[in-house]
Write a protein that binds this ligand. Structure first.
Ligand SMILES: Cc1ncc(COP(=O)(O)O)c(C=O)c1O
Length: 620
């Protein structure tokens, strides 16, 4: 895997320079340099680094690509977009997004009351806001309040009940006003065509969302009856996230385009937009031949524009404005999780660990000779001999003929022989060697929680690109499994022969080694869970000034232990008092020691759950 598949998933966002991975922007700093600068400020444990220039790049690419498509087809409708808050609501992300998107009249999409408040507070007046998901009277009233503030807000109806509530809320809000202000209305349609991939359930007849044709006609009549038809301006659908294949999107576009045209011909004169939801996929793959999408953004945009134009032409209606709610595509690349390696678990398999005796069983002597005389020429033959000897030695142990030290020597020598053979034969495509990699895989203990930082890996086996921050000029040879620090066996990214990860052999007591997980900016932070009470990691926003120098800004440390307990509604004052009391009232601790213990206790309580190091080095 050349440079960890950077050419597949990296999108030119990074470059490799003198063995480190660097940001391909401005002064091109190494991720390692940024990481060390933050750690020097005292922030240990995992770090989530945000890069607003990558958010800007995605927004610009999205708008430019649709602009190109519109130009190529001479399309009359406008292109507009909003960011769906469910993908990442964290303030350091949303505030960066609003800042870098000013030139695009880019808005926000909300699916709950709390998200709606973020949208109302953060969207610049004039930029669009769309409201999806199930809504009650209060939520619809909040939309009316936003409209009265001057927001360009569209309420998307998910069911007829919601429309009835809109009619009712409109009466209370606008009954006695001279110039009624009413939000725009959208209708989510229940597509006949299903989506594709893990999130395909978002569309299709059994989908949780949207109106059937019968309900659409009923909604049309209701809008007309209550003089609201002039506010119906958008048709909406969403066929699911991470669309891997373009074909289902084309089907959905045809279906939605025809519904738009039919409603328009019926008399929905204000209807002017088609909202295609999200779904634009991100390339997470690190491995050749395992790409996750079969289309480019330009193909996606061309298909949308071309199909809308075709339908509008054949039905004789205006070309609609095109609206997208892409989230994953906008947010994924901006966040990188950097996590320190705490330990390698197979490090005991070194020559230093051998307990050879003056007189060893002959097969062990032979293993020892095989290891020392191993060369490229004999590697395969010696490897077979070693595996054969191992079987015999293990049988001898079971029968009581050799002792535990002999068995340990066997394990170490065979492991060393396999490792050396794989290294010697690394340029040859030998299936047998692939199979042996499971056996010598190295377990890297990583200072992070997969449940908190990569929940889609845990829940959906979603792959995220991973690579070390340095040593990239050295070919890594250890087949690697990654263990997180939760007490849960699911917190492991196991070595997978189909998607192999190789890392460097390092001695963590002598040198630092960091792994970076990329494309973690979409969904991971908000879906992350506090399993074992590991919280959102320390985060920072990395900006660049006009001279290209980078700055570490908006540092937010992971929550401290007491804050975590407070979140669970523990009475932290009581916990504090109890801990203090148990030290102060102890009959076994001297006065001086009590002072010292209390000092330590309060220092530890002010820190977060992540580990500092598990080596016996006192960092303080
Ligand atoms: C209605 C709607 N719009 C947009 C999105 C964002 O999708 P994506 O992140 O795949 O672009 C979603 C995600 O589920 C959604 O439900």
């Amino acid at each position: 895997m050349k440079h960890f598949g950077l050419h597949i998933w990296g999108d030119d966002n990074f470059i490799i320079n003198e063995g480190t991975i660097n940001i391909n922007h401005a002064s091109q700093p190494a991720l390692l340099e940024i990481t060390q600068a933050i750690r020097e400020k005292g922030y240990k444990g995992p770090l989530l680094l945000r890069f607003p220039h990558l958010i800007e790049k995605q927004i610009k690419t999205l708008f430019d690509t649709f602009k190109n498509a519109k130009k190529a087809f001479n399309y009359k409708g406008e292109f507009q977009a909003v960011f769906p808050l469910k993908v990442n609501q964290f303030p350091n992300f949303i505030e960066s997004l609003i800042e870098v998107s000013q030139a695009y009249n880019y808005g926000l999409e909300a699916g709950s009351k709390a998200e709606l408040i973020i949208a109302i507070a953060k969207t610049p007046l004039g930029a669009p806001i769309t409201i999806n998901g199930f809504k009650d009277k209060e939520m619809i009233s909040l939309c009316f309040i936003a409209a009265k503030m001057g927001h360009d807000i569209t309420i998307t109806i998910e069911g007829l009940g919601e429309l009835e509530t809109i009619i009712q809320v409109n009466q209370t809000f606008n009954n006695s006003v001279k110039t009624p202000i009413i939000p725009k209305i959208g209708m989510r349609i229940r597509l006949h065509n299903a989506g594709i991939g893990i999130w395909a359930k978002s569309a299709g007849y059994s989908s949780k969302f949207g109106l059937t044709s019968t309900e659409l006609l009923e909604a049309y009549e209701l809008l007309k009856k209550h003089a609201l038809l002039s506010h119906l301006w958008m048709i909406h659908f969403h066929i699911g996230s991470q669309i891997s294949d373009i074909a289902p999107l084309k089907k959905a576009l045809r279906e939605a385009g025809n519904i738009y045209a039919e409603l328009k011909k019926r008399g929905a004169d204000a209807l002017a937009a088609i909202n295609i939801g999200g779904g634009l996929a991100v390339e997470y793959s690190q491995h050749e031949g395992k790409q996750e999408r079969n289309y480019s953004l330009q193909e996606f945009a061309n298909d949308v524009v071309y199909l809308m134009q075709e339908i509008a032409k054949s039905k004789g209606v205006e070309e609609p404005d095109i609206f997208t709610e892409s989230g994953r595509y906008i947010a994924a690349s901006h966040a990188i999780l950097v996590a320190p390696v705490l330990e390698l678990f197979s490090q005991e398999y070194t020559e230093k660990g051998l307990r050879l005796k003056k007189k060893n069983p002959p097969l062990i002597e032979e293993l020892h000779d095989l290891y020392h005389s191993l060369s490229h020429k004999h590697a395969r033959e010696y490897l077979h001999d070693a595996l054969d000897h191992m079987e015999s030695l293990l049988t001898l142990f079971d029968l009581g003929y050799i002792d535990l030290e002999d068995r340990s020597n066997t394990e170490i020598l065979v492991n060393l022989i396999i490792k050396k053979s794989i290294f010697l034969l690394r340029n040859e495509d030998i299936d047998e060697l692939q199979k042996l990699q499971d056996r010598i895989q190295e377990r890297y203990l990583i200072n992070f929680s997969a449940f908190q930082s990569l929940p889609d890996f845990w829940g959906l086996a979603q792959h995220f690109p991973v690579m070390p921050l340095d040593k990239l000029h050295i070919k890594p040879t250890n087949p690697a499994s990654l263990w997180d620090i939760t007490c849960d066996s699911d917190g492991e990214i196991a070595f997978n022969r189909d998607l192999p990860l190789y890392l460097h052999d390092i001695d963590v007591s002598n040198e630092e080694y960091f792994l970076a997980f990329f494309l973690t900016g979409a969904y991971q932070e908000v879906l992350g869970m506090k399993h074992n009470l590991f919280t959102h990691p320390t985060e920072a926003v990395i900006t660049f000034d006009t001279e290209g120098k980078y700055h570490i800004t908006k540092l937010i440390e992971a929550q401290n232990l007491m804050d975590v307990l407070d979140d669970l509604d523990y009475d932290t004052n009581l916990i504090d008092k109890t801990l203090k009391y148990r030290i102060e009232e102890s009959n076994y601790i001297s006065k001086e020691e009590k002072r010292e213990l209390l000092g330590k206790l309060y220092l530890y309580l002010s820190e977060n759950s992540y580990l500092k190091t598990i080596q016996a080095i006192d960092e303080r």
